[in-house]
Design a protein around this ligand. Sequence first.
Ligand SMILES: [Zn+2]
Length: 248
Amino acid sequence: MRRALGTALVVLAALLVVPPPAGAVRAAGEERSAVVQTRVVGLSVKGRKIMAYRVGNPDAKVTAVAMATMHGNEPATRHILRGIRDGRKVKGLDLWVIPTYNPDGLARHTRRNAHGVDLNRNFPYRWADLDGSYESGPHAASEPETRAVMAFFDEIRPRYVVSFHQPLHGVDTSVPSVRRFALRLSRGLNLPRKRFVCGGVCHGTFTQWFNHRYRGKAVTVEYAARPGQHRMRHRAPRQLVRTLGGHY
Ligand SMILES: [Zn+2]
């Protein structure tokens, strides 16, 4: 009996030693060692948390923010930011990542939030009353997600911001004031240079709002519809950290 119990315990112990996922760079016992601070930026319409993770060195000269899934039906690029969050310690850079900006949209796989608003048309700069898939909301900054992110940026005031989208496969190099940073992202992430001009005039977009309001530089980066798992989880995280001036 005692021997049987002993064998059972050995088997149980073996089962509890879960192997790390393929390509994991965490050592045992170092849960999310890259993360130095975790924060709830705010809540979505449905009460889901919008999380921000700070990685790297808070004393580094350059502070940057990267965010993804502002549109819930563009789910791939959040794996870049999760890859950074769950990866090795980042040095030489103070970086915040927001993998899921629109958690309600992600849950329902919709572009817009739970109020049916396109969060990338809801910012209070050149806001216009748009309908359809670009529904801009009843007024500028009407959505809790928008207000939460605005307050976050007002506090953090990063020098660089990368806003990830899909599926246009390119980096927006159309804005003269941020063009140098955009060219650097295009080279560093191995994506073509493109012009994303919203079919004429952009209204209420995040990057326009940020670039108008702050001295930092925000650029839209689009990956393709299916950018590939290895690229999202392994290659792009390292490329992004290096492009922003960090290292491992
Ligand atoms: Zn998008």
